[in-house]
Design a protein around this ligand. Structure first.
Ligand code: SF4
Length: 63
């Protein structure tokens, strides 16, 4: 999956995600899945992006 695409509908600051476009603060996926670990989340911190993938290869970011 290339992270060159910029989905302007999904602004994101999680730079260590494999799907993050490193040149712009947006997600490179066409769609993401959002979820929660809480039964009734009350704050944004209770909601997470389930499409997150750890970026274990920082050197591949601009390749
Ligand atoms: S998958 Fe989620 S965490 Fe990763 S860049 Fe896209 S919105 Fe951000």
């Amino acid at each position: 999956m290339s992270n060159r695409y910029v989905n302007h509908c999904i602004e994101c600051s999680v730079t260590n995600c494999k799907n993050h476009n490193k040149n712009q603060n947006y997600c490179a996926l066409e769609a993401i899945r959002v979820g929660t670990r809480e039964s009734e989340p009350q704050t944004p911190s209770g909601v997470d992006c389930r499409s997150f993938e750890a970026d274990n290869k920082p050197s591949d970011i601009f390749s």
